[in-house]
Design a protein around this ligand. Structure first.
Ligand code: ATP
Ligand code: MG
Length: 431
């Protein structure tokens, strides 16, 4: 993509109501624009980041055997009346009447709808287990929408729902998701900490929250340092669930099972939450199947959520500096920026275009900055939008046979020979 053809409306100053760094940077980098409280338009750069994150979430769900589908944003109130949550959900639910006066709502979550879909088709234990997910916009009329996309009213969530014949099988499904979550966050370059959590209005008795470490996070986490040592190839959910971890209001120094020297205290942001709630919804919404003995029993269910749009903010909270965002490679809107400092110089142009077409043909998401503007603005814009790998092409460097290579994550630059650029960059991207 040529920078001049891409819509990146960067701005100098963030609005005064942007309190936290990710909110400020998303506005300064031209990623989002608020449309009303807690509701945002995703501008092209923001959408690119959102899509990359969504894709990792999707791949790890697929790897874990979940099936993607898509449920509507607008639901009828009927099922919610049956489950008893139409009243319980209170003011967070956005209620709508259609033209014939029927009560509708903008879905804050999908337990009711999915249970109804499941019960319409599945009648026997032979068809279990099943695990269905979608990635869809949710609406919750939060009392205090704040921190940009971290606590919006409209937000993108991946939610899935597992259906099993028994509690034991359901715990299997739960652990599969537990593992998929850790893998998902690790692939984004984050450190996830899993904590035992309250189940709240969803109900049930088993639940874990996933927080990612970020110095600017809202919660304070107390946990066994072993929880930071995660090997994606050897994840054992039962083992991980046995370590001590608590948020500040649950942490009790006198009742903490971990030795003082092994206890870590860090700031975190909640990005995912999983629940096993047994037969709470299946009983109310009639999701029964025949078991091995021909007896009709309610299915055991779990639900699992990842805040996809919140992750955009959380990733920035975990990766930034005074110049802007430092995207991890796996989720960066652009993997590579080619910054042509002298677009009116023949040599700079020819070399930049050669690299641009080479990396594009290697399927690398490349931003070619060929804008006619000051050198300072070019460098600061590319740092602000946080492209992890940058090659900076200037007239003097070229005549010395080199270009500048910048690693944005480490904030380190070095000169590399022009004939080595392609190899060095490809190696860096694939490392
Ligand atoms: P919270 O305690 O932050 O309100 P929750 O317990 O209501 O979260 P869940 O219903 O478990 O959240 O939703 C699953 C995930 O969706 C959360 O872990 C979070 O990442 C995300 N999420 C929830 N509410 C919002 C929101 N208002 N804006 C953005 N993301 C959200
Ligand atoms: Mg909430």
């Amino acid at each position: 993509m040529k920078y001049s053809e891409f819509f990146i409306p960067t701005v100098k100053d963030a609005p005064s109501d942007a309190e936290i760094i990710s909110h400020k940077l998303m506005i300064k980098a031209g990623m989002i624009k608020q449309s009303s409280a807690g509701i945002y338009s995703w501008l092209p750069l923001g959408l690119k980041a959102l899509r990359k994150i969504e894709q990792i979430v999707r791949e790890e769900q697929d790897n874990a055997g979940a099936n993607e589908m898509l449920m509507p944003t607008i639901q009828s109130a009927d099922l919610w009346i049956k489950s008893g949550r139409y009243d319980d959900y209170g003011k967070e639910m956005l209620r709508i009447k259609d033209r014939s006066g029927r009560e509708m709502l903008f879905g804050p979550t999908n337990e009711e709808l999915i249970t109804d879909i499941f019960q319409s088709y599945v009648t026997s234990y032979k068809e279990l287990p099943k695990n269905l997910y979608h990635i869809q916009w949710k609406f919750r009329d939060e009392v205090r929408p704040r921190f940009g996309v971290m606590r919006g009213r409209e937000f993108l969530m991946k939610d899935n729902y597992s259906f099993d014949i028994s509690e034991e099988e359901a715990k299997n499904s739960y652990n599969k998701m537990f593992k998929a979550y850790i893998k998902t966050f690790l692939r984004m370059g984050l450190t996830p900490i899993s904590l035992r959590a309250e189940t709240g209005p969803i109900g049930g008795n088993l639940s874990h929250e996933f927080q990612i470490l970020a110095n600017t996070g809202e919660s304070t986490l107390y946990y066994d340092k072993e929880l930071e040592r995660l090997n994606p190839e050897k994840l054992d959910p039962d083992n991980l669930q046995s370590y001590y971890a608590a948020v500040d209001d649950q942490h009790d120094e006198n009742n903490c099972s971990v030795k003082k020297e092994d206890l870590k205290i860090s700031k975190g942001i909640e990005v995912g939450h999983i629940f096993y709630f047994g037969t709470k919804y299946s009983e109310k919404l009639n999701a029964y199947v025949q078991d091995q003995n021909g007896k009709k029993i309610p299915v055991h269910m779990g639900s699992y959520g990842i805040g996809v749009s919140r992750l955009v903010g959380a990733l920035i909270e975990a990766n930034h500096d005074e110049k802007g965002i430092k995207w991890p490679k796996s989720v960066a809107p652009f993997t590579l920026s080619i910054v042509n400092l002298m677009p009116d110089d023949q040599n700079c142009n020819t070399k930049s275009l050669e690299y641009y077409s080479y990396f594009m043909s290697n399927n690398i998401d490349t931003l070619y900055d060929e804008r006619i503007c000051s050198i300072g603005k070019k460098l600061s814009d590319n740092d602000l939008i946080g492209t992890p790998i940058q090659i900076i092409i200037g007239k003097r460097d070229l005549s010395a046979g080199v270009v500048e290579f910048k690693d944005r994550m480490l904030n380190k630059s070095k000169k590399i020979k022009i004939e080595e650029v392609k190899k060095v960059i490809l190696e860096k991207i694939n490392s």
